[in-house]
Write a new protein. Structure first.
Length: 237
């Protein structure tokens, strides 16, 4: 996966050396990197969960991808989040999101709680790494938020993702499903085996599970509750 110079966070820890002098050790981790447990143990975990205005390097990368030429959402309405999440092996992984400033505190708190509870999320990267192509991002089981695009199945209505007011969690295993006039729509297409929610599989989001409850507590709506279609990955305000 492409990496960008400047997309990183620097985490510093002061270690007492045997010679009784103090030395600053800098650890540099980019989104997608695994943070070793021995490093996590030395720092205040809150330093890994941050909200900022979108850095210039990130905003440049978003151009023509998630932030398309006709985007009507001003940069000032969006925020860039650095988080940690747990993978299926319980390892801490650096993640990143762009969301609307109105839900940035909620999303940061929810992701922090999911991390503390060892809830598995495979990856959390900007959809821009997939050239703003939602289908590619979902097929890679990438959890993401902001993307200026139409509502699925529409050419005129704007998605809540376009407002930065929605997030998709583990989308491959929690697909979008609609059956209308004899036609099935499944997104991503690779998620077809996971439309059947009667069997157990990794990353599945279900009503009243920990992921569902954390979002509900903060006033989000879940696409899995909708009647005309099911969007099991999707939480929005």
């Amino acid at each position: 996966m492409r990496k960008l110079k400047g997309l990183f966070i620097i985490l510093s820890v002061i270690l007492a050396m045997a010679c009784k002098e103090e030395q600053v050790i800098e650890y540099t981790f980019e989104p997608g990197d695994i943070v070793p447990e021995e490093v996590l143990d030395t720092l205040n975990i809150d330093r890994y969960f941050t909200i900022s205005e979108i850095p210039d390097t990130i905003f440049e990368f978003m151009q023509g991808r998630s932030y398309k030429e006709d985007c009507l959402i001003p940069r000032s309405d969006l925020r860039y989040l650095i988080i940690l999440h747990r993978n299926m092996d319980g390892q801490a992984v650096v993640g990143e999101l762009v969301v609307n400033k109105e839900i940035s505190d909620d999303i940061l708190a929810i992701m922090h709680d999911l991390y503390d509870l060892y809830y598995p999320i495979e990856q959390v990267r900007l959809v821009d790494y997939y050239e703003g192509d939602d289908e590619l991002s979902m097929a890679a089981n990438n959890s993401s938020a902001f993307n200026w695009r139409p509502l699925t199945g529409s050419t005129t209505k704007i998605s809540r993702h376009a407002m930065g007011m929605a997030i998709d969690i583990n989308p491959l295993y929690n697909p979008y499903y609609k059956f209308h006039r004899g036609v099935e729509t499944i997104k991503p297409e690779e998620g077809e085996p996971y439309v059947d929610r009667m069997w157990e599989f990794p990353y599945s989001i279900e009503e009243d599970d920990v992921c569902y409850n954390l979002f509900m507590e903060r006033g989000f709506k879940w696409g899995g509750d909708w009647r005309s279609l099911k969007d099991y990955q999707h939480f929005e305000k």
